[in-house]
Every structure is written in C-alpha cells, then in structure tokens.
Design a protein around this ligand. Structure first.
Ligand code: UN1
Length: 478
C-alpha cells in the first residue's frame, strides 16, 4: 500500500517512496511512504500560510472540539497504532501501547488547554490608558520529529501548535513514517480546515532544509541529534525564525550507598536499557558510590541476563531490536571504543541472532570507566551504559554535572537531605528521585539545559511560550 503526503487538505502522490522496514524482521516491509518533492514542500508551506489567518481566528471551542476528536480516535485505534509503532520502530508492544496512549492524552490535554489561553490587564503608568497583554499564535510552524517516539513526539508538537492557533508543516523521521502518516490521516478525518496541518515525508537534506530556510515558516521545533539541531539553529535563527530544539543527553543516574539496592537496579535497568536505550532521556552514566558499587554492578548484570531480547511484537519480549543498521553500527562502534579505552565489559554488547533477521543487540554494561572517556562524553543512543565509581556524594554530584549535556539527572537514595541537595544542584532541566531518568509525564514541561536543548520548554502549559507570541496593547480610554 502506498501513502501520499497531506498537502492543502489533499493526499498528493510523490515521485519516489521510503520503504518502512521492520527492525525486528528486515524482510517485513511495513509500507511505502511517498517522499514529497521540494516543489510539494513549497506547496505545503504555502497552504499552511494561506490557512493561517482563518485558523488563528477560530474560536477556542472549535479548536478544542477538533483536538478532542483526534485524542478520542487515537484511543479508539490504540491497539492497531501500537502494533504499527512496535513494528516500524522496534519498541515492545507494551511500550508502544503506552506511547500511543500518551499521544491520545496529549491531544485531550491540549483540547482543554485551548480554553485556558489567558492574557493580562495591568494598570498603565500614564493616566487614562489601559494596558493589555495577550498571546497570539506564532504563525506557521515547521515540525521535524525523530524516530524514537514515532507518535508521542509528533503529538506533543502538533497538539499545542494547533491548540494555540498555528498551522503546521511536519516532516517525520524517514525511519518511521507509518505512525506519522496514521496520525495525519486521523487529523485529516477529524475535519481540520485544509492546509491547517500538512505532512511532508522526505529527507532532511531536501524537506527539512527547505522548511528551515523558508521565510514563510515562523518557527521550527526539532527533536533529534545535536549536529542536526545546531545546523537548524544556525540557519533558522539567521533569518530570525523562532527555534526550539530538543537534542541529546548523557544522563547521569547517581546511586548512593544508602540506596535500596532493588530500587537502584530496577531504575537503572529501565533507564539505561528499556526501549533499547533509544531515548534522549536514557541513563547512560551510572555514577555509583564505592560502598554499594560491587553489589549494584552484580545486581544489574543479573537483571540484564533475565531480559528477553527479541521481536518487539512477540509476547514476553522486554527489549526489542535496535532501530536500523546504521544505529546498530554506531552502538557497536561505541562498544569497541569503550573497550579500547580500557572499560571493563561486565555483560552484553553482543550481536544476537533470533528466529527472524533483525538488529538484535544484547544490552551492554561497562564498569571501571572514567568520566573523561568518550563512552561517557558522547551520546550513543543505544542499550549501552557505563558505571563510574565515586568515593562520595560530592564527587557523584560533580561527576553528574561534568558533561556538555543537561537533560535529566537521577539519584537513588533513601537520604532525604541528599535527595533534596541533588534536586537543587543537578544542572539539568529535569531531575528524578528514585525513578528512571527516562519516562516522563505528558502534562508538565519537558526540556534540558546546556547542550541538550535550546529555546523554551515543550509540553504542558509551558508549551505556550514557543507556540504563541505576546502582544502588549496600549489603549487610550474613550
Ligand atoms: C521519555 O523519556 O519519556 O527523544 C520521553 C527522546 C525524548 C523523549 C523522552 N525527547 O527520547
């Protein structure tokens, strides 16, 4: 089955197509998704621009009703969408089901959020003048989404964009066009006016490039790698566009001597390896205090042996495959780098063969690493984590903060004072206490500091910062 792009409310066929491959079984083609040509991207941007004014003037009730409809439809099709997600991306069916639910709730949340768009009225310093501060739509938004959350990340960008009265052109990652296409179909069928939401599948170098450079796009929200994000920022900012970037992480999980060992192992296993470690929030640096170090490493290695690495849709699988060959090559390359740097491979890191031909890799745990090694400086984006031994809490905190990234930091401890201190002093946008660094709520701000993020926060009501622009009106009283 072929899938066209959604441009100005019509399904427009492309010239060539992306083959969406199942990473659990590379003989399984999930579908063919047409690539939009540069001229078609141009049409999509023109359509979004054209639809922009009328959409900005719709009532909050009209927008709330449409978003609610999308949310309900996602829930009605949850099982089918989860199967598609697990099939094209490789996360387990349970994780995929959770992610589809998250996407549904995000639409429902922003349906309500439409009704809460607020302004302010303040007194003027001048007599006889009223001052009113309101939020207006940012305009036409370009969304560029990654492959690791094929429906939740599109949802958390599209829903606020539409809720606050913007129109959208979205380019999903070429590895996972299936979920994006399904979501576009749901949005189309819900009855949004033509051009309010446009889907353009294609390469970053063609479609993404055009979106980033086109002056008719007012703002770009991107989630993906650091080099791509930096490139987008340079180009989009140079023409004055608003930019929001969510990029990498090298998230620390600190385990203190007083931690409950079972909690520490469970939190590390989930944070580092679930969803094949393919989360920008994954815990890739496990910073462990001396007194609990050996027990923790042994406990985590034991828990890793119990994982079932297999077809994402097979009952019982706990960790699915790596997303594709090039990501697998990158993971294996970093495992080799770590070995060459003198890290000790405690468990895993092996290419696995299963009944079907997929990109299977056993999760890899390194010990005896230092924070200066490349394995602890650079993001791998796979099921690879390393343990850094530290002598006390102060060294743990300093090590946690000694990184170019700042997305999320976690601590496992039973000591309230240290938990509170860590929470205050971690140089990250998000902090977790006795919880994995990955796995976040859908209604509160998401984002990082330092090299992890740029611009204002995503999600929850904080999303308004990016998707609206503020107007201050001074009115002479009649
Ligand atoms: C999560 O950990 O639940 O790309 C969300 C990512 C993040 C989303 C993580 N933007 O991994």
């Amino acid at each position: 089955m072929t899938h066209a792009n959604l441009i100005a409310g019509e399904w427009i066929r492309g010239t060539d197509a992306v083959r969406d491959i199942n990473p659990s079984d590379t003989t399984d083609v999930v579908g063919e998704y047409d690539r939009a040509s540069a001229a078609q991207v141009d049409d999509a941007i023109a359509a979004a621009r054209h639809a922009s004014q009328a959409w900005a003037r719709t009532t909050v009730q009209q927008r709330a009703d449409l978003l609610e409809k999308v949310g309900l439809e996602i829930f009605a099709r949850r099982a089918e969408l989860a199967d598609l997600l697990a099939r094209e991306e490789g996360k387990t069916l349970a994780d995929a089901t959770g992610e589809v639910g998250r996407a549904g709730y995000i639409f429902k949340f922003f349906a309500q959020e439409c009704l809460r768009i607020q302004g302010e009225r303040v007194g003027s310093v001048r007599p006889g003048v009223d001052v009113e501060i309101t939020r207006e739509p940012a305009g036409v938004i370009g969304l560029i989404t990654p492959w690791n959350f094929p429906i939740a990340i599109p949802a958390w960008k599209i829903a606020p964009a539409l809720a606050y009265g913007n129109t959208v052109v979205m380019k999903p990652a070429e590895l996972v066009p299936g979920c994006a296409w399904a979501l576009a179909e749901i949005i189309h069928k819900a009855g949004f006016p033509a051009g309010v939401f446009n889907l353009v599948v294609g390469r970053g170098s063609v479609v993404g490039e055009k979106m980033v450079n086109d002056p008719r796009i007012d703002a770009i929200s991107f989630t993906g790698s650091v080099p791509t994000g930096r490139g987008i920022l340079a180009k989009a900012a140079s023409r004055g566009a608003k930019v929001q970037l969510e990029m990498g992480g090298k998230n620390p999980l600190v385990v203190l001597n007083d931690a409950d060992l079972d909690v520490a192992v469970r939190v590390a296993l989930d944070g580092a390896f679930f969803q094949t470690g393919q989360r920008c929030t994954a815990s890739s640096r496990l910073i462990v205090e001396e007194g609990i170090h050996d027990k923790f490493v042994a406990g985590l290695a034991e828990a890793m042996q119990k994982q079932v690495i297999d077809d994402a849709r097979k009952p019982g699988t706990t960790i699915g495959p790596v997303v594709d060959q090039s990501q697998l090559d990158q993971d294996i390359n970093y495992i080799d780098i770590a070995k060459a740097e003198g890290a000790n491979l405690v468990a895993g890191g092996e290419r696995l063969n299963r009944e079907k031909s997929g990109f299977y890799l056993s999760p890899a745990l390194f010990s005896e690493t230092t924070n200066t090694m490349r394995i602890n400086r650079e993001e791998v984006f796979g099921p690879v984590a390393s343990v850094i031994r530290v002598k006390d809490y102060d060294e743990a905190l300093a090590t946690a903060n000694d990184t170019a990234f700042g997305l999320c930091a976690g601590v496992v401890t039973t000591n309230l004072k240290k938990a509170a201190h860590f929470r205050r002093n971690a140089e990250t946008g998000m902090v977790m206490v006795n919880l994995p660094t990955a796995g976040v709520d859908y209604h509160v701000p998401f984002g990082g500091r330092k090299g992890s993020s740029y611009g204002s926060r995503e999600q929850g009501r904080y999303a308004a910062e990016f998707y609206t622009q503020v107007k201050t009106a001074y009115v002479m009283q009649g």
